[in-house]
Design a protein around this ligand. Structure first.
Ligand code: HEM
Length: 395
C-alpha cells in the first residue's frame, strides 16, 4: 500500500481515515510517493523526539529550494540545526510567551466582536464564517504582535493564498528585490531602525535586541524569521478556527451544549485539534539508516509524519473517530507536534480558538448552513472556500 498524505483529492473527499486505520493495523510504516509514511503514534513520537536522526527539512515541500543551497541566515527556524535552533527558538518562545498573550486577550476579543458586528449586519442574513471571521483573526492578531499597521493583516492573508509566502529567493524578472513578504518586512525593519525613543516590546523589538553567542541577528535573519512566523502561524490557525466554526454550524446540539456550559469550551478546542488536526502531516529526512516497526529506512530517506493519523490511533485513544468532550486528558494529542520542534505558537492558537468560540456563543443565538452550498469536508486544508451561515443574533 502506498499512501500520499499530500494527495489533492483529500481536499475534495476529505482525509481517508478508514484507509489510515487499515494502514496503522497492517503496515504502520508504509511507502509514500516521497519516501515513507508513518501512521502510528509510537513511531511518530520516536521520529519527532530523535532529532539528530530525523531532521526537519522544509525543502521536502516542493516550493522551497534545497536546504543545502540556502545561506545560514535565510534558514527558517525549523531548518536550523542544534544548538543554534534552540537559541533562535528561545526568541520565538519569548515573542509568544504567556505574559505577552495575557496582554493581548482584550485585543483578540475586540477583533472577534468587530468581525461579528459585520457578519450579523449581513443583509441577506448569510455571513461567511471563514472569509469574514476565521481567516482575518490570525492575521490581525499576528500583525498586532509585530507592531505593524492593520493593513499588514490584509497582506498576510493575500500572501497565504497566492503562494508567495513560501518563496525565499528573488524570482528573476518578477521581484528582483526578493519575495513581497521579505520586501515588506525589510522596509518596516529599516523604519524601526530609524526610530528613536522607547519602542514597544513587540516581536520586532525582541528580534532586533536579541543576541546569540554575543552577536545580534542580521537583518536578513530577522526578516526570514518574521516570514516564517506568518508561514507557520496564519494558515494553520485559520484552518483551525474554520474547523471550530464548521463543526458548530453542522452540530446545533454541540452549539447548545457549549452555550449552556462554557467550561466545556477548552475541551472542545482540544478535541477539535485532535480529531480534526489542522496540520495532518509534517516531513523529516533521515541522517542515518534506522529500523522502525520492522522496516529499514536508509540514510537520506524522506519521511512523512502522519500527525492526524497518530491523533486517531486506536492504541492511544478510546473511540478515536468519535468527537468527545469528556476525554480524560484532552491535551494529549500531537496536533502541535512533539519534541524540540513542538509548536511555539500553540498558546496563541488556543487563545484565538477559545476567544473566537466564546465571542460567537455570546453574540449568536443559533446558526444554520445555507441550502444548496457545497461545504468543504472536515478536516481540510482550506484555500479560500467560503463557509456561509445564517446567523441569528442573541436578543
Ligand atoms: C492551530 C494552529 C497551529 C497548529 C495546528 C500548528 C501546528 C504546528 C506543528 C504540528 C508544528 C511542528 C512541525 C514539525 O515538527 O515539523 C509546528 C511548529 C511551528 N509552529 Fe505552529 N501551529 C499552529 C499555530 C502556530 C502559530 C500561531 C505560530 C506563530 C505565530 C506557529 C509557529 C510555529 C513555528 C515557528 C514552528 C516551528 C518550530 C520549530 O521548528 O522549532 N504555529 N506548528
Amino acid at each position: 500500500m502506498i499512501f500520499d498524505p499530500r494527495d489533492p483529492q483529500h481536499a475534495v473527499d476529505g482525509v481517508p481515515f478508514e484507509t489510515l486505520a487499515r494502514i496503522r493495523a497492517e503496515e504502520p510504516v508504509c511507502p509514500s510517493p516521497q519516501g515513507w509514511f508513518l501512521s502510528r503514534r509510537d513511531e511518530i513520537m520516536t521520529c519527532l523526539e530523535e532529532v539528530t536522526t530525523f531532521i526537519a527539512d522544509l525543502s521536502g515541500m516542493s516550493e522551497l529550494s534545497d536546504r543545502a543551497e540556502v545561506p545560514e541566515d535565510e534558514l527558517f527556524l525549523s531548518e536550523i540545526e542544534e544548538p543554534r535552533h534552540g537559541r533562535v527558538r528561545r526568541l520565538y518562545n519569548s515573542c509568544f510567551a504567556r505574559h505577552r498573550l495575557a496582554k493581548l486577550g482584550s485585543f483578540v476579543e475586540d477583533t472577534c466582536n468587530r468581525l461579528l458586528d459585520r457578519l450579523l449586519a449581513a443583509e441577506d442574513g448569510a455571513a461567511d464564517l471563514h472569509i469574514g471571521y476565521a481567516m482575518p483573526i490570525p492575521s490581525l492578531v499576528l500583525s498586532r504582535m509585530m507592531g505593524l499597521p492593520t493593513e499588514a493583516a490584509q497582506r498576510f492573508m493575500e500572501w497565504s493564498l497566492d503562494g508567495t509566502l513560501m518563496q525565499r529567493t528573488p524570482t528573476p524578472g518578477v521581484d528582483p528585490g526578493g519575495p513581497p513578504v521579505q520586501q515588506y518586512f525589510g522596509a518596516h525593519l529599516a523604519r524601526r531602525r530609524q526610530e528613536s525613543g522607547e519602542a514597544p516590546k513587540d516581536v520586532y523589538r525582541t528580534l532586533m535586541e536579541a543576541e546569540i553567542d554575543g552577536q545580534p541577528l542580521s537583518d536578513r535573519e530577522i526578516v526570514t524569521q518574521l516570514q516564517f512566523m506568518v508561514m507557520a502561524g496564519v494558515h494553520t490557525t485559520r484552518t483551525f478556527l474554520t474547523h471550530l466554526m464548521h463543526r458548530l454550524l453542522f452540530h446545533p446540539e454541540l452549539f447548545r451544549t457549549l452555550a449552556e456550559d462554557r467550561s466545556l469550551v477548552p475541551n472542545y478546542i482540544e478535541e477539535s485539534l485532535r480529531h480534526d488536526s489542522p496540520v495532518q502531516s509534517t516531513t523529516r529526512r533521515t541522517t542515518r539508516g534506522i529500523e522502525l516497526a520492522g522496516v529499514k529506512l536508509a540514510s537520506g530517506d524522506w519521511v512523512e509524519v502522519g500527525l492526524g493519523s497518530a491523533n486517531r490511533d486506536e492504541r492511544a485513544y478510546e473511540d478515536p473517530d468519535v468527537f468527545r468532550l469528556d476525554r480524560e486528558d484532552p491535551r494529549d494529542h500531537l496536533a502541535f507536534g512533539a519534541g524540540s520542534h513542538i509548536c511555539p505558537g500553540a498558546a496563541l492558537a488556543r487563545l484565538e480558538g477559545q476567544t473566537a468560540v466564546e465571542v460567537l456563543l455570546d453574540r449568536v443565538a443559533e446558526m444554520s448552513p445555507v441550502e444548496g452550498v457545497q461545504y468543504p469536508p472536515l478536516p481540510s486544508s482550506l484555500s479560500d472556500l467560503p463557509i456561509p451561515a445564517r446567523l441569528v443574533a442573541r436578543a
